[in-house]
Ligand binder design. Structure first.
Ligand code: FMN
Length: 353
């Protein structure tokens, strides 16, 4: 969706918002000079993707993909999903599991790896995770969730944060009590995705529950859910009163979004949009970086990323089909170069989808 260059939000609300969010975000002892975060996305937010996001949002907090704490017990080497660049800051390693002792041990390891904060996943709706007691099933086990936060906080010197949903299903929205327990147990920040576990990623995120959580707690609250544009991020921050906003699916094939929101909050105006050709050049970089970092596996992972970038122009549907089949870095480069050539020559042109 093309970003408007002016906003329909009234200037007074925007000024109030920018004044309110001007000071840095304080997560325990960690100071972050940005009020927009890149969410953890399993299969997406690896070190390569985060490098791309950081080109535009160098000061924003980012997260690794979720790492299973109990699995670390059997691994001497650091798994690739837990790897972070030596200079990447601020960075949170996200862990999931249900046993406080496993999580505490994994958190110690994450601290050694260089994490600035540890985030505990209490929101994942996937059956494979919830049936083992992790992710959003912890919403139904608040005592265990509290024990996890206490146990992890006692073993690391960095802040421990929690990311969760508003409840298990529409009949069991427990976020207010749950959030309070997380704060009382020592969580330094809480991210709330405004959907229930039963919703998965369907329907819309309920920002009003996030507003209520914000009114209920003293620790910073991060609003999450349905942030697909700068305008949506600003509306969400105004509607919820949250301390920060987290972008998720809106960043798929779009590593610009976090930087665009950050820019607006800092400068009070929209950042010039990348052109379609800029986006395809970014896709090319992404492909080459994945190849350099992960080899053949990186190419397979690149397929989905490439199809997310290829949109908004005539010929995009056919290009996506071909990109989803690439076997080598050269195949991807040739397809992207061909598309860039056609956009340059006018054979393909922008369309508003
Ligand atoms: C492909 C995918 C992977 C995700 N992986 C994680 C994850 O590893 N950890 C986590 O806390 N949330 C994960 N999420 C949830 C998102 O971080 C976010 O909470 C959710 O997508 C809601 O925001 P949105 O409506 O703006 O996308 C994932 C979501 C998607 C779509």
């Amino acid at each position: 969706m093309p970003e408007p260059t002016t906003t329909t939000i009234d200037p007074h609300s925007l000024k109030q918002l920018r004044d309110r969010l001007a000071p840095p975000l304080q997560i325990g002892a960690v100071t972050v000079n940005s009020r927009v975060l890149q969410s953890p996305l399993s299969g997406v937010t690896d070190l390569v993707f985060r490098r791309l996001v950081r080109r535009h949002a160098p000061e924003s907090m980012m997260y690794t993909e979720m790492v299973q704490a109990s699995r670390l017990q059997y691994l001497k080497e650091t798994p690739i999903i837990m790897e972070i660049d030596p200079n990447e800051r601020p960075i949170s390693i996200q862990l999931f599991d249900c046993r406080p002792d496993f999580l505490a041990e994994a958190a110690e390891r994450a601290e050694v790896e260089g994490a600035d904060t540890i985030d505990i996943n209490m929101g994942c709706p996937v059956n494979k995770i919830t049936k083992n007691g992790g992710g959003s099933s912890l919403l139904r086990e608040p005592e265990v969730a509290a024990a996890i936060v206490k146990s992890v906080s006692s073993r690391v010197s960095i802040p421990v944060t929690v990311k969760t949903r508003i409840g298990w299903d529409a009949g069991e929205i427990t976020i207010l009590d749950f959030a309070r327990r997380m704060e009382d147990s020592g969580a330094a920040m809480l991210t709330v995705h405004g959907r229930t576990r039963a919703q998965g990623y369907n329907g819309s995120a309920n920002w009003d529950w996030i507003r209520q959580v914000k009114g209920h707690l003293a620790i910073p609250i991060v609003a999450n859910g349905d942030i697909f544009s700068v305008e949506a991020a600003l509306n969400c921050l105004i509607a919820t009163g949250a301390d920060a906003v987290m972008c998720s699916r809106g960043t798929l094939g779009n590593p610009y979004l976090v930087g665009e929101v950050d820019y607006f909050l800092k400068q009070g105006e929209f950042k010039p949009e990348p052109s379609l050709i800029d986006r395809l050049l970014c896709a090319r970089d992404h492909l080459e970086m994945l190849w350099a970092y992960k080899g053949k596996r990186g190419i397979h992972q690149a397929r989905k990323h490439m199809t997310w970038y290829a949109k908004g122009f005539t010929g995009a549907a056919e290009l996506r089909k071909q990109l989803s089949l690439i076997e080598t870095v050269e195949m991807g480069q040739a397809l992207l170069d061909g598309a860039i050539g056609k956009l340059n020559s006018g054979e393909w042109w922008a369309i508003v989808e």
